[in-house]
Design a protein around this ligand. Structure first.
Ligand code: SF4
Ligand SMILES: [Zn+2]
Length: 156
């Protein structure tokens, strides 16, 4: 039987500073982190990686590199466990994986094409600045003004 002490001691990370496996502590830029995570656990025996992953699932560990993968959320944990045959894949929850927003996107109020905030017109020609992913800056100020006017009517 693979006991906790047994696999822990045989892991590639045995005797090393566990902080190195904390995702927040991985070097930047973020896009390099998946490769760094793989390197951290590279060469760790397969049965140890599996035991490590199983332990992470039992402990609901997140924010750590486990079996060479960045386990940021319970969604990642469930997905990694499913990939290793340890359980069902996670339900597709909107809170799970970050939804990617496509730009440019139309303002839901004026339908003008919007670019992401903090980006320039050079990158997205012919666009207006967004306030959030649904409204442009102009419409957002209109919405605020209308809300303020409506509040005044109620107060009067
Ligand atoms: S899989 Fe990674 S974190 Fe787990 S025991 Fe091996 S080296 Fe350590
Ligand atoms: Zn608008």
């Amino acid at each position: 039987m693979t006991t906790y002490v047994d696999w822990r001691n045989r892991g590639r990370c045995a005797g090393q500073d566990p902080e190195r496996w904390v995702i927040e502590n991985l070097p930047l830029p973020k896009r390099d982190r998946p490769a760094i995570a793989r390197q951290l656990c590279a060469g760790c025996p397969t049965d140890v990686q599996l035991a490590c992953l199983r332990n992470a699932v039992e402990m609901k560990l997140t924010g750590m590199v486990v079996a060479g993968q960045m386990i940021e959320t319970t969604w990642h944990l469930q997905q990694a466990a499913a990939d290793a045959g340890l359980g069902d894949p996670p339900a597709r929850s909107p809170r799970g994986r970050k939804q990617t927003v496509q730009w440019p996107r139309p303002c839901q109020r004026c339908n003008k094409s919007m670019r992401p905030s903090r980006s320039t017109r050079d990158v997205h020609p012919g666009t207006v600045m967004s306030s959030n992913k649904n409204q442009c800056l102009y419409c957002m100020s209109q919405i605020r003004a209308e809300a303020a006017a409506a509040a005044e009517v109620v107060a009067a």
